[in-house]
Design a protein around this ligand. Structure first.
Ligand SMILES: *[C@@H]1O[C@H](CO)[C@@H](O)[C@H](O)[C@H]1NC(C)=O
Ligand SMILES: *[C@@H]1O[C@H](CO)[C@@H](O)[C@H](O)[C@H]1NC(C)=O
Ligand SMILES: *[C@@H]1O[C@H](CO)[C@@H](O)[C@H](O)[C@H]1NC(C)=O
Ligand SMILES: *[C@@H]1O[C@H](CO)[C@@H](O)[C@H](O)[C@H]1NC(C)=O
Ligand SMILES: *[C@@H]1O[C@H](CO)[C@@H](O)[C@H](O)[C@H]1NC(C)=O
Ligand SMILES: *[C@@H]1O[C@H](CO)[C@@H](O)[C@H](O)[C@H]1NC(C)=O
Ligand SMILES: *[C@@H]1O[C@H](CO)[C@@H](O)[C@H](O)[C@H]1NC(C)=O
Ligand SMILES: *[C@@H]1O[C@H](CO)[C@@H](O)[C@H](O)[C@H]1NC(C)=O
Ligand SMILES: *[C@@H]1O[C@H](CO)[C@@H](O)[C@H](O)[C@H]1NC(C)=O
Ligand SMILES: *[C@@H]1O[C@H](CO)[C@@H](O)[C@H](O)[C@H]1NC(C)=O
Ligand SMILES: *[C@@H]1O[C@H](CO)[C@@H](O)[C@H](O)[C@H]1NC(C)=O
Ligand SMILES: *[C@@H]1O[C@H](CO)[C@@H](O)[C@H](O)[C@H]1NC(C)=O
Length: 779
């Protein structure tokens, strides 16, 4: 942590002033225009700057938002008043949540108790401190699940300092937005009428473009002043069931009468759920939200002449609606469309909202409606990971259908083998991860086993096909350690596919290639007398995919398997998969690559070889690597695995934004292909994103003055490089495929069999322990 702080000094030096850039001429359908009240693009409202990354409402967070977002954008300050009736920008009333107050105030300072929103609350209130005292505090990240690395570097901003910093921005579309979360409280504290007097003066002097408040009373009071300062007044809604203090009516009641709101306000600021109602899963095994169809709130408010701003957007907020496949761009796009468009979105990650609004003027499209009309571009290829496994249980027909519809160039089968030698497609050799085997007790108890290589579970190679046929696929959630679970609603519906079935399906879809990944071939040949190479070659031959006229990749982490494939099907393209093992890190040197090139022209790299994280667990990037360039200088093709939308899958530097991640891997690292759980996100970036590559989209939109919010993400200045590690050893112990085995190497018995129901529980406990280790290692 100490180190990261020192690095920050360097970053800070880079942003000594807000950069105000050229106005954005935004791409959109000129005939239709934007469906906003202003007829302009929706406003990006930065919730305290880039608060998803930096402590909110600090110079750093605001400067970063200005720097990395296209306009129009507003910087939001959440007003709290001090003992001497000055303003300070902090979210939440308890200052110890968002400042280092506890380090500053003397240990004798006791907490106060006040009634706020009709509840008695105890903590550190701004009204108990003077502005001079609070000017000695520094801001901290108030969300404990976000990085504390930038804490204690910056004094909280004030409404005045933020307004001054953005003062010259209005002509470019940079605005100031003041939010008043606790009007009644601050009308009573620090003195009577303190809020009205502060705001009246502030409006006259600083003329902010927007002022939102959670109460009607204060808005009505300010109306005459706001008229003169040309400030748009906005009523902020809290949960529908809560009571609005100045009228003693619930917010749910108030929103029913939009025309009367229009008599004192120009707009409303509502939670996302007011536009897309949310249905919550209540059962404990599966959680997450589905949106029902949108309400007509936006259309109704527009009819009443009210602008609609929506809050609650954050790329790292889970569970969110499964409808967006964990893709924050897709989420924003569902509020910006032909049916309706909101007038602004309030977000902790302003860059992402700006990307959605400015870079995808036509929303997301699927290949059938887009690829045919695009100018051919040299884009990296899109390979699915077990189909569209981010949205459907992996390796099932719906997952493969979705992958093709979502734009995958290749669909894939991760090959496991049954006890009777049949190749099947499964995420992992352990069936527990992706099937319902743990609820089929007769099979579970019969086949539960532990192997030193694979741990405990039920293993494909122990079951004959007839038993595997009885299983149903379920969603695998790679980030479940962090409580991020993928949509379980298609669990239990689909059976397990054999490789033959997969190939038949793939061939029916002309133009789609196949990527067949042999897992554990060496182990199975030497330990289980099962020949995966032979089985896969037989399947490819049966499917007529061996004469070089089809798009076929055969991949494996086993060099001997690839060499065997090379001699039996010389024309097929081979991919060497380099697995990452954090317990024994390896490096991929040029001589390793030269070795690999003898049996494979393509290398699939675990992402941690390409853009690795800092080894101290900070989740930031360590320094840039050169392995992609080295491989390409040997004329090798480089694939990156796995790409997925969940924010946990990438370094914090990428701002929990899949687009910034992809942009860097394509633009900076020049990766040739991606194996992805979410092909739609990648496809739309490559072919439908007007900011990244104008030629990739249609050419009927003039982009000459488009200001792109997409920028290359580089490791922080001073990011550490990984310590040297031994070179990867490519060679395997001698093994011969497609030939009878030596005597004495027949099937081994598992080291232990299922014998007690306590085993799974023990695993559960150890994974909970792991979660706590991970959480606490952040501090
Ligand atoms: C723009 O909108 C018009 C009217 O709805 C439609 O006919 C036209 O196809 C749209 N243009 C593009 C490029 O989407
Ligand atoms: C702001 O943008 C400039 C120019 O693109 C860049 O050099 C600088 O590093 C950026 N600062 C931040 C904090 O992103
Ligand atoms: C408060 O007490 C703690 C523990 O005794 C001490 O470490 C800290 O420095 C004190 N803080 C102040 C501001 O005096
Ligand atoms: C406010 O913060 C203080 C110090 O962290 C804490 O002790 C107190 O419980 C908090 N109050 C509430 C209501 O959360
Ligand atoms: C806070 O203190 C700094 C100097 O330490 C001063 O420049 C700044 O104006 C002060 N801010 C306020 C709001 O008083
Ligand atoms: C608000 O409503 C509550 C319950 O409906 C009532 O007890 C209270 O007196 C009301 N307060 C005001 C100021 O009208
Ligand atoms: C969880 O709840 C949802 C909605 O009520 C239901 O459709 C689903 O079947 C439930 N899942 C399980 C595993 O009970
Ligand atoms: C979200 O997905 C669910 C389930 O597929 C569907 O019923 C619902 O209509 C979708 N919501 C929207 C707004 O598309
Ligand atoms: C493979 O090709 C042969 C001869 O061209 C043909 O008879 C057979 O049906 C084909 N098989 C498949 C699965 O396409
Ligand atoms: C490969 O086989 C297909 C039939 O499966 C055939 O159409 C094609 O011409 C063959 N290509 C070569 C190079 O033999
Ligand atoms: C890579 O390919 C180019 C063009 O085919 C060739 O000129 C060059 O020698 C090759 N380089 C290596 C290292 O194989
Ligand atoms: C092993 O050797 C014995 C005797 O030589 C023979 O009967 C048996 O079939 C062999 N097993 C295998 C798997 O080759």
């Amino acid at each position: 942590m100490m180190r990261m702080k020192m690095e920050m000094v360097v970053v800070v030096a880079v942003v000594l002033h807000f950069l105000v850039v050229l106005p954005a001429c935004v791409a959109f359908n000129a005939t239709l225009g934007w469906q906003t009240i202003s007829k302009g693009p929706p406003l990006v409202i930065a919730n305290g700057g880039t608060s998803g990354l930096f402590p909110d409402q600090t110079f750093l967070a605001n400067a970063d938002a200005v720097n990395s977002t296209s306009f129009p954008m507003a910087l939001l300050c959440d007003l709290q008043l001090t003992k001497d009736n000055f303003g300070i920008c902090r979210t939440g009333w308890n200052l110890s949540d968002s400042t280092d107050l506890k380090n500053i105030v003397s240990n004798a300072t006791v907490m106060s108790t006040y009634a706020m929103r009709r509840e008695s609350r105890t903590g550190y209130f701004s009204v108990d401190f003077t502005s001079i005292e609070l000017n000695k505090t520094t801001a901290i990240q108030s969300n404990p699940s976000r990085t504390p690395v930038f804490d204690e570097n910056f004094t909280p901003e004030t409404p005045e300092s933020t307004a001054l910093n953005s003062a010259n921005g209005a002509q470019y579309g940079l605005f100031f937005w003041l939010n008043v979360e606790y009007p009644t409280f601050y009308q009573q504290h620090p003195g009577k009428n303190s809020l009205a007097s502060y705001l009246t003066t502030f409006l006259k002097e600083y003329e902010p473009e927007y002022l939102s408040a959670t109460e009607i009373g204060i808005l009505k009071l300010l109306k005459p002043t706001a008229l003169k300062s040309e400030t748009n007044l906005v009523l902020k809604f809290l949960d529908a069931g809560l009571v609005e203090e100045s009228t003693n009516t619930t917010y749910g009641e108030i929103i029913k009468d939009l025309p009367s709101i229009a008599t004192y306000a120009q707009g409303i600021l509502v939670p996302k759920e007011f536009v897309y109602p949310i249905i919550t899963f209540t059962n404990d095994t599966s959680y997450g939200y589905y949106s029902a169809p949108a309400t007509t709130l936006v259309q109704d408010a527009h009819k009443a002449g009210l602008e609609v701003f929506v809050y609650g957007f954050a790329n790292d907020f889970f569970p969110s609606s499964y409808n967006y496949s964990f893709d924050p761009i897709l989420e924003v796009l569902s509020y910006v469309g032909d049916t309706f468009t909101v007038d602004g979105v309030l977000t902790d990650f302003p860059t992402t909202a700006a990307e959605a609004i400015n870079c995808y003027p036509r929303g997301y499209k699927s290949p059938s409606t887009l690829r045919a009309s695009t100018i051919p571009v040299q884009n990296p290829i899109i390979l699915s990971h077990n189909g569209a496994s981010g949205d459907f249980p992996g390796n099932t027909l719906p997952a493969y259908v979705a992958a093709i519809n979502d734009g995958a160039d290749y669909i894939d089968c991760t090959v496991q083998i049954t006890k009777d030698g049949v190749p099947v497609c499964r995420e992992d050799v352990n069936l527990i991860k992706s099937t319902n085997i743990d609820s089929v007790s007769v099979l579970y108890e019969q086949y539960y086993a532990s192997y030193p290589e694979f741990g405990s579970g039920v293993f494909t190679f122990d079951l004959p096909l007839k038993d595997i046929r009885t299983l149903k696929a379920k969603m695998y959630s790679p980030w479940s350690e962090y409580f991020v679970r993928r949509d379980p609603s298609n669990d239990g519906k689909e059976g397990v596919l054999t490789l033959d079935e997969f190939l038949v399906f793939a061939k029916k879809n002309s133009g789609v290639g196949v990527y067949v990944n042999l897992q554990n071939a060496h182990y199975l040949r030497t330990q289980k007398n099962l020949d995966m190479v032979d089985a896969v070659v037989a399947s490819l031959t049966k499917a007529n995919l061996t004469n070089g006229s089809h798009k076929v990749f055969v991949a494996s982490e086993d060099s001997s398997a690839l060499a065997a494939i090379q001699s039996s099907i010389p024309v097929v393209k081979r991919v060497y998969v380099v697995q990452y093992d954090e317990k024994s890190p390896v490096s991929i040197t040029t001589s390793v690559l030269t070795e690999i090139k003898k049996f494979a022209d393509t290398i699939a790299l675990d992402g941690r070889f390409v853009d690795p994280l800092d080894i101290f667990g900070s989740s930031f990037l360590s320094s840039t690597t050169s392995v992609v360039r080295s491989a390409q200088s040997l004329n090798m093709t480089v694939f990156y695995y796995f790409l997925s939308n969940e924010f946990n899958s990438r370094a914090i530097d990428y701002r929990s934004d899949p687009i910034l991640h992809i942009n860097s891997l394509v633009g900076e690292y020049n990766v040739n292909g991606f194996i992805t759980d979410h092909p739609a996100t990648l496809y739309n970036f490559l072919y439908n994103n007007y900011c990244w590559q104008p030629l990739g989209g249609a050419t009927d939109v003039n982009l000459s003055t488009q200001l792109s919010p997409i920028f290359p993400v580089a490791p922080l200045p001073g990011a550490l490089s990984l310590p040297p590690s031994p070179a990867l050893s490519v060679a395997e112990s001698p093994v011969s495929y497609s030939a009878p085995l030596q005597n004495g190497t027949g099937p081994l018995t598992p080291s232990s069999n299922f014998n007690s129901a306590t085993k799974p529980r023990a695993r559960l406990i150890s994974s909970v322990a792991l979660i706590f280790c991970l959480i606490f290692s952040l501090y």
